[in-house]
Design a protein around this ligand. Structure first.
Ligand SMILES: Cc1cc2nc3c(=O)[nH]c(=O)nc-3n(C[C@H](O)[C@H](O)[C@H](O)COP(=O)(O)O)c2cc1C
Length: 268
């Protein structure tokens, strides 16, 4: 398969990724689509399940989570979870961010394999235990942490500062990468970027590795969303970002290392 731009050979997943990138030119299209899809009649058609099983035998399920106080408390984070796009300009504590990162993909146990090797296992399931998702933290407003871009090390349980930048600079770069999210970005405390390391999955799973990377990204993002609720903060998951801008901000190539998903988190 040929890539016209530089004549290099690329795998199908690389070509797919390149072709599904969001670029500034797409803003006009999405603006139009948003207008169309906000029409009530159109939304009703779009959101309607395209098949149902009315008439089939059914098993009624209980509603204990909603009605039983103990169950309600136990499942509180699921009941609370929703996207939040308005944040207060107050810092989040380092304790809260530590917890959120641990929940995201921290080391929660060690396992000894048949060959005697000991592996650090994580809070999120991972294809083949290869852990292809790296977590970058764009820290804007977290107590006791200088603004900058950090890499989360689950094994050492620390944040490595990879680029020190002013809050203003981070804010501008984030806005360039996600223009429609400007209002949310301004007061957000941190943006977590989930970056897939493609070589780590593709050597074993080849093209299916691309799917697996996205699936693990989703697991981690959901862990983050729920941990944010436990911390009584707010988050919105952002898939609509300018790929090239976000990859450039993180200083990654967008081919071997790909920013797949961003989660803006802030005080609410
Ligand atoms: C894959 C994915 C991409 C998303 N991208 C964006 C985004 O770019 N901007 C945004 O404001 N919300 C984004 N969202 C959040 C959805 O808009 C939101 O989850 C949806 O409207 C349902 O609302 P809720 O999260 O409050 O339940 C995204 C959600 C998912 C799952």
């Amino acid at each position: 398969m040929k890539n016209n731009k530089n004549d290099n050979y690329h795998s199908l997943s690389e070509l797919y990724h390149e072709n599904s990138k969001m670029r500034t030119i797409d803003y006009g299209f999405y603006k139009w689509v948003n207008q169309v899809s906000s029409d009530v009649t159109i939304r009703e058609v779009i959101c309607k399940p395209n098949y149902n099983f009315h008439g089939y035998p059914s098993v009624p399920l209980n509603q204990d989570i909603l009605t039983d106080a103990e169950q309600h408390k136990k499942y509180d984070m699921f009941l609370q979870r929703k996207s939040r796009r308005e944040f207060q300009d107050t810092p989040l504590s380092l304790a809260a961010i530590s917890n959120i990162l641990f929940a995201a993909n921290g080391v929660n146990r060690q396992e000894t394999f048949d060959d005697g090797t000991v592996w650090n296992m994580r809070t999120a399931p991972s294809p083949g235990g290869l852990f292809p998702i790296d977590i970058y933290c764009i820290v804007q407003n977290v107590e006791h942490v200088e603004p900058g871009i950090y890499s989360y090390s689950p094994v050492e349980n620390c944040l490595y500062l990879i680029s020190k930048q002013s809050r203003e600079e981070l804010n501008n770069n984030l806005c360039a990468g996600m223009r429609p999210m400007k209002a949310s970005i301004t007061n957000s405390a941190i943006c977590i970027a989930l970056v897939s390391n493609m070589a780590r999955v593709k050597f074993k799973y080849k093209e299916r590795g691309y799917r697996f990377a996205l699936l693990e990204t989703g697991h981690i993002a959901q862990n983050i969303s729920l941990a944010v609720e436990i911390e009584r903060a707010g988050a919105v998951c952002v898939g609509g970002f300018m790929d090239d801008s976000v990859n450039a901000m993180l200083n990654i190539d967008g081919l071997e290392h790909i920013a797949q998903y961003c989660i803006l988190i802030g005080a609410v």
